[in-house]
Design a protein around this ligand. Structure first.
Ligand code: UDP
Length: 253
């Protein structure tokens, strides 16, 4: 029996939202089931535009919204991911939880590899820096299935414990509610924190699940492959043609 993959995607209304969601939907619909896509929008109601993309995607999904958002850069998607974790924990959905932001690019191999994870797995992600001047790797250096070090870069100089991107790890959902499955026992509830500095979101979350590198699985075992890309594409300053509006994705009116 195939393991359930639970993909959690925070998303919000902006010009390229339809583009991002279509692209991700088209990847996810090629992943062998079972896969559940939990899409969490900002605001007090879900949008009909997103609903329509999800409905036509052919992917099993749950579409929810989350009012709580500070709008601060460091909190991007944090409350939305937590809302998804509430749902997973409440329904005791057993599977591998993966945080997939809407704007990244994911290979199909990644999803095969996710099914090999038993507890907590991590891998390197290829990124462009925010100013797009440099391509870097963020994530583990591995050998024989063990994490033996980290790719470091200017972001990681800021004394993070684990140098992992939000899209560079996945874990077994039973760790959320079953202390026997969790290696780190100091935390009662496992959630993303909105009290940490920008760049520390991933490490503070992961530190709730595992204590050190020995408790991590390298995916695949030598981590020598790039399976997803985080390019920081954003379209905030794009100028739109007359007759198109950006309030509800890029659609002609
Ligand atoms: N996001 C969101 N609401 C916001 C800002 C971001 O739902 O107000 C989502 C966004 O759609 C993406 C994730 O949070 O799925 C990460 O956002 P972004 O890509 O802007 O952050 P970065 O990857 O640049 O740190």
């Amino acid at each position: 029996e195939q393991k359930l993959i639970i993909v959690v995607t925070p998303t919000y209304n902006r010009a390229a939202q339809a583009y991002f969601l279509h692209r991700l939907a088209q990847t996810l619909c090629l992943v062998p089931p079972p896969l559940l896509w939990i899409v969490v929008e900002t605001g007090s109601k879900t949008s009909s535009e997103t609903a329509s993309i999800l409905r036509r995607s052919g992917v099993m999904y749950r579409h929810i919204c989350c009012k709580h958002t500070s709008g601060e850069v460091k909190d991007r998607g944090v409350h939305q991911r937590n809302k998804a974790l509430d749902l997973i924990e409440h329904h005791r959905l057993e599977g591998i939880v993966y945080f997939a932001d809407d704007d990244n690019i994911y290979s199909l191999e990644l999803f095969d590899r996710l099914r090999e994870i038993r507890g907590f797995g991590t891998w390197p992600v290829a990124m462009l820096t925010h100013d797009k001047s440099k391509a870097i790797l963020e994530g583990p250096v591995c050998k024989n299935g063990q994490v033996i070090g980290w790719h470091t870069n200017e972001k990681s100089k800021r004394l993070r414990r684990f140098h992992v991107d939000m899209s560079g790890f996945a874990f077994n959902s039973t760790m959320l509610w079953d202390p026997d499955k969790r290696v780190h026992l100091a935390w009662n509830t496992i959630r993303q924190l909105d009290t940490v500095k920008e760049g520390f979101q991933e490490t503070t979350f992961i530190q709730q699940l595992v204590e050190d590198e020995t408790q991590m699985e390298a995916v695949p075992s030598d981590c020598a492959k790039i399976m997803n890309w985080h390019l920081h594409l954003d379209y905030r300053d794009v100028v739109y043609p007359n007759g198109w509006h950006l309030g509800n994705n890029l659609q002609p009116v």
